[in-house]
Write a protein that binds this ligand. Structure first.
Ligand code: KIV
Length: 277
């Protein structure tokens, strides 16, 4: 690649997506899109295709580094990948994942979140329910927007015992609604639901004022998120909620990305076969 085609230097950015954009989308009942990215080239393609949010997820531990979980991912890894995505980004809103055990104490939480924001994230994401309420409050009060990640939380995979759908048990479902409300009251600006039954995701999305984004959570959340390598059909495992958009694209990767945006916006994705009951 020549210096002229460097993703850090080509076409100017579009009007940047902000939290206000996402809040307005929720108020207007318009769906928004999110994809993971870990490098500058894909970040440029994804944002140029009109994807609203890029998540620099700790899923990079599995899809980039080849681990069998997200636990080995470090702060250094996150800083490296967030910095690369920031250089390629063309106006998408960037969420940086706080890796395993980087928010176990208050001091760690504040220092590590600040490091990710300085690297280019516009928001940080932490996994958990009621136990992350205090960290959420501390961060939000200090100007760091928080995305709370509930449902299947891969950093707790050893406690959960596997990559299972969460919230099928009525008591667990009820406590998830309460925890989501608590996190919103604590200052969370966004909620991500992973692998939960469609009805529960709908209930939580309706109960919350903040936008809710889903993966394996059905079509009723305000936004959808997918791992980019799942969308491109090159991940080794294909869970039920994944759709390969590249195989039907008539314009390679840019076409697949535009199809994803269009199908989420007009509610064709996720379809019933991608959802859990
Ligand atoms: O790390 C990640 O990419 C994620 C998505 C699977 C939602 O958390």
């Amino acid at each position: 690649m020549s210096a002229q085609s460097s993703p850090g230097q080509s076409a100017g950015p579009r009007k940047p997506v902000t939290l206000s954009t996402l809040n307005k989308r929720k108020q207007n009942g318009e769906k928004f899109t999110c994809l993971t990215a870990y490098d500058a080239c894909l970040a440029a393609q994804i944002s140029e295709a009109g994807v609203d949010v890029i998540l620099i997820g700790d899923s990079l531990g599995m899809v980039i580094q080849g681990h069998d979980s997200t636990l080995p991912v470090t702060m250094e890894d996150m800083v490296y990948h967030i910095s690369a995505v920031k250089r390629g980004n063309r106006g998408a809103f960037l969420i940086g994942d706080m890796p395993f055990m980087s928010y176990a104490s208050e001091t760690q939480t504040l220092e590590n979140a600040a490091t990710l924001m300085r690297s280019g994230a516009h928001m940080i994401k932490i996994e958990g329910g009621a136990w992350i309420a205090e960290s959420t409050r501390l961060l939000a009060e200090r100007g760091i927007p928080v995305c709370a990640h509930m449902g299947l939380t891969p950093q707790s995979i050893n406690r959960i015992g596997g990559f299972f759908v969460q919230g099928r048990d009525p008591r667990q479902a009820e406590s998830m609604v309460e925890e989501a409300l608590l996190l919103e009251a604590s200052g969370a600006s966004l909620l991500l639901l992973e692998c939960v039954p469609r009805e529960l995701a709908r209930k939580i999305t309706e109960a919350l004022q903040i936008p809710v984004i889903g993966i394996g959570a059905g079509p009723d959340t305000d936004g959808q998120v997918m791992v980019i390598y799942d969308l491109l059909g090159i991940s080794p495992i294909t869970p039920r909620f994944v759709k390969n958009f590249l195989q039907d694209s008539r314009d390679g990767i840019p076409g697949a990305l535009r199809d994803y945006v269009a199908q989420v916006r007009d509610k064709r994705f996720p379809a019933p076969e991608h959802c859990f009951d």
